[in-house]
Ligand binder design. Structure first.
Ligand code: UTP
Length: 416
């Protein structure tokens, strides 16, 4: 252990992180050994590089941005609607469609101490976000008598809690052999003084590295092979927190298949040009999502000759990837973005402190950065009121009350 301690001290000195061993002498032997192992496993070079590299967001101009084509679901003519619905149902029925749920987030804004998917809507009886998603999948599976594999990405921290929750709830009546849990990577968080942070006196604080880690995480867990063995052709990729998200919307699936694109995405209309959501555009010839700061209000008002806005399609985390696209992305390292978040930390006195304001940076890859690796994308604008009610925080527009009200209106009432 002495050797390891000396080696750890040497590394920490080199990267100016000696504070991580500040409470070392107060720890039990097991805690000491765990902390040293953790320190030895950290790639300090990488984390400090990410910190420096992402310090400034370089905004280039919109000069090379072009509008990306999209279709509006509500405006689809009957024949088109029928065509897309039929080909979506055909793909689902023949077992070609699987679902991926991104459930590795920390849910910091909700202040949860459990996987976000375990959060319950206040229905009678209460229903968890995982059960809501499962019901959508189960209904299609029963209706078409087909197995629909469900892949759930968790963080390393909430992996066992997630599985235990499913166990306790008897997998919500879904076949447990059709549910595959896998973990994503994580990275240490760093504070404004460029110091890594302790979450306990014996533990460095790590956070999951963003939902864009999906592709490499699938590869690491060998699940791309499983998808191929099951002859899946299309994988729906969505978040865990939108109670109106139907992962098997036949119209969207059929629309993407008919577009001949390898990737599709549902979009929402950005109502106000001053709203901060990022928008879809073509950049350097490839589809991408661009920081709204790069668009002036004037650009946001631009329309085509039919009056359709050119730069008002925003992301709602509802995508469809062809298996070839998933395979391709699993060999690519997506860039990192930096997020400033509130995280509990151990202060200089060794006490756990919950900050009132954001205090740490975490580094995240985003699924949508995958789009620019393809020549085109099938975008389908959907009705926000009917398809988008995520739960992000107790206050603000995406709160549990609004989600409950819309879930009752658009899901429960339709079942009556
Ligand atoms: P959000 O950005 O809303 O993050 O994630 P969050 O973790 O749910 O909440 P905050 O920001 O900490 O308050 C959008 C979706 O991406 C998933 C989340 O679980 C959610 O479904 N996600 C996010 C991951 O799977 N992994 C991550 O590392 C981050």
């Amino acid at each position: 252990m002495i050797d390891k301690l000396n080696k750890a001290k040497e590394i920490l000195k080199m990267y100016n992180q000696e504070h991580l061993l500040q409470f070392y002498n107060e720890l039990t032997e097991v805690q000491k050994s765990n902390l040293l192992n953790q320190i030895m496993s950290i790639n300090f070079e990488e984390i400090l590089y990410l910190y420096e590299k992402s310090k400034t967001n370089v905004l280039d101009t919109t000069e090379e941005a072009e509008p990306v084509k999209y279709m509006i679901k509500d405006n689809l003519k009957d024949n088109k609607l029928k065509k897309f619905t039929n080909s979506g149902i055909k793909a689902i029925k023949s077992g070609k469609v699987g679902v991926i749920t991104l459930a590795g987030g920390q849910g910091t804004r909700l202040g949860l101490n459990a996987p976000k998917g375990t959060f319950c809507l206040d229905t009678t009886p209460p229903i968890s976000l995982f059960e809501i998603l499962c019901n959508y999948i189960k209904n299609f599976s029963l209706k078409f008598n087909v197995s629909i594999p469900w892949f759930i990405m968790t963080s390393t921290n909430n992996y066992f809690d997630t599985i235990n929750f499913f166990e306790r709830n008897n997998y919500f009546g879904y076949d447990k052999n059709d549910i595959f849990f896998f973990t994503q990577d994580n990275l240490p968080v760093i504070n404004i003084d460029k110091k890594l942070v302790l979450s306990e006196i014996y533990k460095v604080n790590f956070a999951s590295n963003g939902n864009g880690n999906l592709f490499t995480a699938l590869k690491k867990s060998n699940l791309i092979k499983t998808m191929e063995q099951k002859k899946l052709e299309w994988l729906f990729v969505g978040g865990v927190d939108n109670v109106l998200l139907n992962p098997l919307d036949p119209v969207f699936i059929g629309y993407t298949i008919n577009s001949k694109c390898k990737v599709g995405s549902k979009t929402l209309f950005k109502k106000s040009p001053s709203d901060k959501s990022w928008v879809f555009a073509i950049k350097n010839g490839k589809p991408t999502i661009i920081d709204c700061e790069m668009f002036t209000e004037e650009i946001s008002e631009l329309t085509d000759n039919k009056g359709n806005y050119l730069y008002r399609e925003t992301n709602m985390l509802a995508h469809l990837f062809h298996i070839d696209a998933i395979t391709k992305m699993s060999t690519i390292n997506l860039p990192y973005h930096r997020a400033f978040r509130k995280n509990a930390f151990v202060n200089e006195e060794g006490m756990k402190e919950v900050p009132e304001k954001p205090n740490i940076y975490k580094f995240e890859q985003f699924v949508f950065d995958a789009f620019s690796y393809f020549d085109n994308i099938a975008l389908l604008r959907v009705n926000e009121e009917e398809e988008f009610a995520p739960i992000k925080s107790f206050t603000g527009p995406h709160n549990p009350e609004i989600a409950l009200e819309r879930y009752e209106r658009y899901v429960l009432n339709k079942q009556k």
